[in-house]
Design a protein around this ligand. Sequence first.
Ligand code: KG4
Ligand code: ZN
Length: 371
Amino acid sequence: MLVLGIESSCDETGVALVEAQGTAVPVLRAQALHSQIGMHQAYGGVVPELASRDHIRRVLPLTQQVLEEASSVLADIDVIAYTRGPGLAGALLVGAGVACALGAALGKPVLGVHHLEGHLLSPFLGADPPQFPFVALLVSGGHTQLMRVDGVGQYEVLGETIDDAAGEAFDKSAKLMGLGYPGGPALARVAQDGDPAAYKLPRPLLHSGNLDFSFAGLKTAVLVQTRKLVAAHAGEASSGPPAAVDVLPPQVLASLAASTQAAIVEVLLKKSLAALRHTGLQRLVIAGGVGANRELRRQLDAACARQGARVHYPELHLCTDNGAMIALAAAMRLQSGQQEATRVYAFDVKPRWGLDSLVRKFDPTIATTET
Ligand code: KG4
Ligand code: ZN
């Protein structure tokens, strides 16, 4: 079974072909990606209308590129998968529209995929795929969740953010330091040369006794600290509030970034370890854009090694949005009998779509026939 996956939920157009045989873990045959980062950079964030228009320009050439790379033609495709949500409505409609048009033209069934399920399952495309059950830490620009995953579609939310997501904390902190967009990688780069203990920043909900997160307070603390440092270094000549990146000595800026990163990483690390303890599981899967953060990976690797647990990551290039995870999630849902692809091409998108709606509580005493 050859599955074409189309991702267009935000600022990346991703297309990929995944092959699934029997119940074996699907294999990535080819993928292509166009990132809109360069286009949105001038605005300091994603401009939805521009994002949609660019997806329209990119999606068919990328599809062509993927088919050529896999030495395949459109007729070889068995199922066309697309990101149904969550994400930007206009951007999602491009992927859904193209998927349904291709499906209708080729007489092939389509399947709308939950973006976060794509992230969640993306480590299965890595060299070291996890086995069920595992604890998943899903850390993207819009979501921060800890989940117990017993199988495809068998997700139990253990804890989640009550305000900002971890990626948002990176992005907003970077923005107020003047580091630009996307903030996560920019802040991580600057942090490399800094002292993570230089500035005392809060670790929200670290001792809350549950597995929820909160990052809004940290953002405020970073803002206050940044303003203090800028005021101390700006001198009297400056008029208006200058950006930290323009006035702080490189070492000070690096330490501010490193302290911010350390606060976010410590909370993610400690809550993940608590989730392992809580579930009694020894396998942790990290998914979503923030999973690309090297400091997070370094600390998770060290801590899990100490307590005999294993951590699985998606390949670095599959941490952020891509078409491969969408094709993969579709293939795994089809393999598991969780869902069937449809020849009804009434594409509808779900800009707001909780992963909870996919959740099926695992109960081995109940026959898991498809609904
Ligand atoms: O999963 P993703 O590509 O898109 C969403 O579904 O949100 O995640 C994007 C988020 C952004 O907030 C970005 O700043 C963050 O992931 N990110 C990082 C790194 N690379 C991407 N955050 C910290 N360190 C990184 N290296
Ligand atoms: Zn994403």
